[in-house]
Write a protein that binds this ligand. Structure first.
Ligand SMILES: [Fe+2]
Ligand SMILES: [Fe+2]
Length: 267
């Protein structure tokens, strides 16, 4: 597939934003761009669950693996060195990869539509854990951030992924076509997702993860150029950055940050 270079760079936030991206992040972004373009070409036809399952043995990797650990085409690249005391922003710039663009677009949409700061912040964080783990990513993401963010932001991240399977017309949220594509059009979520949905639906904070799903945009809009800059102050106010650096603070999740810093460690 031919990549429209101008459209691609614009979608990443312009040449200045691209200049701050490492080679791995660029490779991820190209991958995402092509997936989106392909999806746009073929919106009418969705696979069945059986067809999705039949694809498993056509791959050398499992779909739940984080993008830091696999190159779906060619080989993985050397990662940028990280500072000794890495901050959350260092992870956006050097590790989280292609999913950053999706999170920036979601946070930008939340900001433009007047969402509270906690929701904008939750949107900014909601999927970045997919660089490490895609399966059950709501739970993994909440765990990664729990020591550093408010309980409500943790709640929003943990449950956004389960809520994505359930429409809520009161806020204009519909089941996404992307899910029909990646899960199969006849997919039914497992019992634990259904149970989680029922619990969250009755919870006083239901609207927090729900608003993450409302702002969870997969559409590629070349006219929206988003960088991390407008969110730096929001991160400053809402993220308890450990002074030792993420990975060095002996928190219960420090090892998860170290794994993202060095996914090449063989043990
Ligand atoms: Fe998500
Ligand atoms: Fe998302």
């Amino acid at each position: 597939m031919e990549i429209d270079r101008r459209l691609f760079i614009a979608g990443l936030g312009g040449a200045a934003a691209v200049a701050t991206m490492g080679p791995e992040a660029k490779a991820d972004a190209i991958e995402d761009f092509m997936i989106e373009e392909l999806a746009a070409e073929d919106t009418a036809k969705f696979p069945t669950v059986a067809e999705v399952e039949a694809q498993i043995e056509t791959r050398s990797y499992r779909r739940g693996a984080g993008s830091l650990f696999i190159a779906t085409r060619g080989n993985v690249k050397k990662l940028d060195p990280m500072p000794e005391k890495p901050t959350l922003i260092d992870f956006y710039n050097h590790r989280f990869g292609g999913v950053v663009r999706h999170c920036l677009q979601s946070a930008n949409h939340a900001q433009k539509t007047g969402m509270p700061e906690e929701i904008i912040f939750a949107c900014l964080l909601h999927d970045v854990v997919q660089s490490m783990m895609k399966s059950d990513h709501g739970w993994w993401g909440a765990q990664l951030f729990e020591p550093y963010v408010s309980e409500k932001v943790t709640f929003a991240i943990r449950y956004h992924a389960a809520l994505r399977f359930y429409p809520d017309p009161s806020v204009g949220y519909e089941y996404p076509d992307l899910y029909k594509r990646i899960w199969g059009e006849d997919y039914k979520p497992p019992a634990y997702v259904e149970t989680t949905y029922k619990m969250v639906r009755k919870h006083k904070w239901y609207m927090a993860p729900r608003m993450v799903t409302v702002n969870d945009l997969y559409a590629f809009d070349p006219n929206v150029q988003v960088t991390l800059d407008p969110f730096v102050d929001i991160i400053g106010r809402n993220f308890k950055q450990p002074k030792e650096g993420l990975g060095n603070d002996n928190s219960p999740v420090a090892h998860m940050w170290r794994t993202i810093i060095n996914p090449d460690a063989p043990l």
